[in-house]
Design a protein around this ligand. Structure first.
Ligand SMILES: NC(=O)c1ccc[n+]([C@@H]2O[C@H](COP(=O)([O-])OP(=O)(O)OC[C@H]3O[C@@H](n4cnc5c(N)ncnc54)[C@H](O)[C@@H]3O)[C@@H](O)[C@H]2O)c1
Length: 439
């Protein structure tokens, strides 16, 4: 159904299964946090679906319900978790090794996390050079592997009595690939699966299996997955929602907060140099130049689109934008990012801004996984299939219709998201014109 038509919303009854290929730092921090919130130990900080409000009608009306009360989202008590990983550790052990949450916090949800055991993954060393799987599916072909993932999905749904499922990729960043002939159509892709075409990545096998089962798919990493004609064709044919890609967490979040401000004030930018040190498994994977390339392409896009140098050549036409990531084990998940921004103002006088962000990657990513899962489930219950551009808010590289440039400005993304929710509920869209207050 096109978004322009206001859909009926199916109620969020029954259980919602959230499946994550990859049960590392992000996925286990997400699972532990949801359980801690359910037990009243934590608050859902950083989650728009849980803490955000939405203004309705005029500013004089005083109507600002919580988003979760305005649109029918699955409740946290309705969620069950499942996933796949290269390592057979249950979610408690994996979270302990990831080292994001304290022993004290993990201890409070240990009984729950220990019950979540990863299913056997689809893995191909060519796509993640730095990790070696301790267990992986074996199959006659990639088509066979896709069948096995579909079996996993169906079994998980039946065993857990789920009404609906969503899949959020939380697996490692795969090596950079651009779409090839095998991704050009669904027919080519299915032929490629049967022939085990080397250009089909594991993430694409999970995505294919999810879409075949009618399960919405969100891509948390920067690698190529549902942003291919083949998988978009399948999403459309099956009426399934897709979105991506690459969770917008640390440095890019800051960029998409700061850059719209500079542009709003017509301040020029001569250069923006970003570097990071991090020491988690994600950092180790990104230490491989081919996986880093996927990340670099994803990270570089945001400023280019916000500054629109073709419209503002005097301000942004010669900007140098450099991004570096260095693997530095002592830091673990507690990444440190530095940004040096060379800006210029009236008559071209230069100024500098330094940002030093001591961030916690998975703490920023976990609420994004929750929101995406709940909003993708909502989209699916509204019959909204294909690319969900209204969820650009969550992505470093928002997926859009082919030929349409992505919107990276965090504030425009939020307005778009909230207006989509207003539209779904038949409320007036907010344009901020405000003329009625002065008539
Ligand atoms: N943490 C953030 O802020 C952030 C932001 C944007 C994107 N991401 C992306 O999210 C993903 C997860 O990040 P993380 O910090 O949890 O990394 P992580 O290394 O802790 O976890 C990833 C897990 O995926 C597993 N994996 C790899 N290939 C797999 C496959 N084919 N099937 C099943 N499991 C597989 C690995 O064994 C690992 O346990 C990464 O791709 C990362 O780049 C993270």
């Amino acid at each position: 159904m096109p978004l322009s038509a206001r859909p009926e919303i199916r109620p969020a009854t029954g259980k919602l299964g959230i499946l994550t290929p990859g049960m590392g730092a992000v996925a286990t921090t997400f699972m532990a946090g949801v359980e801690a919130i359910r037990r009243g130990i934590s608050k859902p900080i950083g989650s728009l679906t849980q803490m955000g409000t939405i203004r309705l009608g005029k500013r004089t009306e005083g109507r600002s319900p919580l988003i979760k009360e305005f649109v029918p989202l699955a409740g946290l008590d309705q969620i069950v978790f499942g996933g796949w990983d290269l390592f057979p550790d249950d979610a408690y052990l994996a979270a302990t090794k990831a080292g994001v949450l304290s022993r004290e916090h993990l201890g409070e949800v240990k009984d729950f996390l220990s019950t979540i055991k990863p299913m056997t993954p689809v893995f191909d060393q060519e796509y993640v050079k730095k990790l070696t799987a301790t267990h992986a599916k074996k199959g006659k072909s990639k088509a066979d592997l896709a069948e096995q993932v579909q079996d996993d999905i169906k079994r998980f749904k039946a065993d857990n009595g789920c009404d609906r499922l969503v899949m959020v990729w939380c697996g490692s960043t795969e090596v950079y690939r651009s779409p090839g002939a095998v991704h050009a159509s669904l027919a080519a892709f299915e032929k490629g699966l049967a022939e085990s075409d080397p250009e089909i990545a594991p993430s694409q096998i999970y995505a294919y299996a999810a879409l075949k089962c009618g399960v919405p798919y969100a891509n948390g990493a920067p690698n190529l997955t549902v942003d291919t004609p083949a998988l978009l064709e399948l999403a459309k044919a099956k009426g399934v929602a897709v979105t991506g890609k690459d969770f917008k967490t640390g440095q890019t979040l800051m960029k998409t907060i700061l850059a719209p401000g500079f542009k709003a004030r017509l301040l020029g930018v001569e250069g923006w140099y970003s570097t990071n040190i991090l020491g988690n498994r994600d950092g180790e994977v990104l230490d491989d130049p081919e996986s880093f390339k996927s990340k670099e392409v994803s990270k570089l896009g945001s400023l280019e689109h916000i500054f629109q140098p073709h419209l503002y050549p005097d301000l942004y036409g010669h900007m140098a934008h450099v991004v570096r990531i260095n693997y530095y084990p002592p830091r673990g998940d507690n990444k440190e990012g530095w940004d040096n921004i060379d800006i210029f103002g009236w008559m071209g006088y230069p100024m500098q801004i330094k940002v030093n962000f001591l961030c916690r990657d998975s703490i920023l990513a976990a609420p994004i996984v929750l929101d995406l899962a709940l909003f993708m489930d909502l989209a699916q219950r509204c019959g909204m299939s294909g690319i969900q551009e209204w969820l650009s808010f969550y992505w470093k590289s928002p997926q859009t219709a082919p030929g349409l440039y992505p919107e990276h400005d965090l504030f425009i993304q939020l307005m778009k998201l909230k207006n989509t929710l207003r539209h779904l509920r038949g409320e007036e869209l907010i344009t901020h014109l405000g003329a009625e207050y002065y008539d």
